[in-house]
Design a protein around this ligand. Structure first.
Ligand code: NAD
Length: 434
């Protein structure tokens, strides 16, 4: 049996970025702990896992099957360029009702952001006062490490996990400075422009062996240097970009169409959203990070190279429109031109009137709890089994990431079975008949 350390003591969850997603996540966990609400959308809290044969009827809750940290053992912290506490941030985000927030106001007001590592050249639409100063990026990373140590001591935390919930940075391609730990560390000392703030936080966490997940599409921990460092310090890492709204729908629907050998000619996906995230994504360079993250999904699921008749001519387009009146309530519209028997065309239209942060908050919780489990199970480096939660999942070099949500779900559940020495489920089931 895999030796898993027990989740004793407190777990600190630190988020660089304490805006809509982070405040909705923190307020939600506090409300759940007070018995005011239920953790809907959190697979670790409400999902069950089948064990053994179907006839055994063993379907425990995941949280009763694997040793996860308890929600009331979680302590929250983080960094933001604005110094609003989490009550103020949640009010500004306009995601949760004020009546709910008022019931947990003291707990939220006690969570205050630490000074951020920030540089406007990576998020041009934002600027704020709560920012660290230093002569180089390595000093900034060391200051973040010092923040983590202080947070851990002040809050008596046994363990800490970091989940990036900050704004989407401009598009940067992985280059030479990201190719090894040595080059990355030299780059941090030389203020290399290819190292954005998200990578400085990731470096600080991974250097300390702390699990790190990236909820935005910027590179952050998705470069060879960070994978190498994670192996050295035995830190589990996973990126990138929370799989919510439209991409969630895409990775649910595309596998079904493909399973039935239905063709797809076009998939046009405009979104409109009016929150701060939408404003940041209004900058073409930040949008480029998001676009790359969103576009990869269909190609991998549909495999046009082995299905040229069905998906060889697929036209896929994604657009994000900043539309303030919608606030955090995003509209994800999909027009899917499909074709069936003998090539006859049909259309599917989806209008997903979703709530961005409501979909993202349980992902932050699950990623944090499962990365903490990974760390206690001595798993480190890329945690591909957590692809389920991400739009643009990391995978080993030379390996295509998996996007099909049903395969991702199988992989997640089988990994949990494996960790607990339970039989993996193949769905073959011949022995029921022969
Ligand atoms: N909500 C979703 O469904 C969803 C899905 C996928 C990805 N994301 C990503 O999650 C991130 C957060 O989304 P949100 O809706 O909470 O956005 P938001 O704008 O409400 O919050 C982001 C916060 O990050 C802060 N920030 C920016 N740079 C920072 C830095 N260097 N250090 C510390 N703080 C910094 C901003 O001040 C802001 O408060 C975005 O990158 C978004 O693209 C969100």
């Amino acid at each position: 049996m895999t030796k898993i350390k027990a989740p004793t003591g407190k777990l600190g969850i630190l988020t660089p970025g304490m805006g809509a997603v982070a405040s909705t996540f923190m307020a939600g966990v506090i409300a759940v702990n007070k018995g005011i609400a239920k953790p809907i959308g959190s697979v670790t809290q409400l999902g069950h896992i089948r064990l053994g044969k179907r006839t055994e009827n063993r379907n425990p809750l995941i949280k009763d099957f694997v040793p996860l940290a308890k929600l009331d053992d979680i302590v929250f912290g983080g960094w933001d360029i604005f110094d609003d506490n989490m009550y103020e941030s949640a009010i500004n985000a306009k995601v949760l009702d004020k009546t709910l927030l008022d019931e947990i106001r003291p707990e939220l007001e006690a969570i205050k952001p630490m000074k951020a590592v920030f540089d406007r050249s990576y998020v041009r639409k934002l600027d704020g006062p709560n920012v660290k100063t230093a002569t180089n990026k390595m000093e900034l990373a060391e200051a973040v490490m010092e923040d983590i140590r202080r947070f851990q001591a002040d809050n008596n935390c046994d363990r800490v996990v970091m989940v990036w919930c900050g704004s989407t940075e401009i598009y940067i391609e992985a280059g030479d400075v990201h190719s090894s730990v040595e080059k990355l560390e030299a780059g941090l000392r030389n203020n290399d422009p290819a190292i954005p703030p998200s990578m400085i936080y990731a470096y600080a966490a991974v250097k300390m062996g702390i699990p790190y997940a990236n909820g935005a599409p910027n590179l952050s921990c998705d470069v060879p240097a960070m994978v190498e460092l994670a192996k050295q310090t035995q830190a589990p890492i996973m990126g990138k970009d929370f799989k919510t709204g439209q991409t969630l729908m895409k990775t649910i629907i595309a596998p079904g169409l493909k399973a039935r050998a239905l063709g797809i000619r076009g998939w046009f996906s405009p979104n409109s959203l009016g929150n701060r995230d939408g404003e940041v994504l209004d900058d073409p360079d930040s949008f480029k990070s998001k676009e790359v993250s969103k576009l990869g999904v269909l190609e991998e699921i549909l495999q046009p190279e082995i299905h040229p008749d069905l998906y060889g001519d697929l036209y896929h387009k994604v657009r994000i429109n900043y539309y303030p009146p919608h606030g955090d309530n995003k509209e994800g519209w999909d027009n899917i031109d499909i074709f069936g028997w003998l090539g006859y065309g049909m259309q599917i239209k989806i209008d997903f009137l979703c709530r961005d942060s409501i979909l993202a908050a349980p992902i932050v919780l699950d990623l944090a709890l499962l990365l903490d489990l990974a760390k206690r199970s001595s798993l480190y480096g890329i945690q591909e089994w957590l692809s389920f939660y991400l739009k643009s999942p990391q995978a080993a070099p030379g390996l295509q990431p998996m996007h099909d949500i049903f395969l991702q779900n199988q992989k997640l559940l089988n990994t949990l079975r494996h960790l607990m020495d339970e039989e993996l489920i193949t769905l073959l089931g011949m022995d029921y008949y022969y």
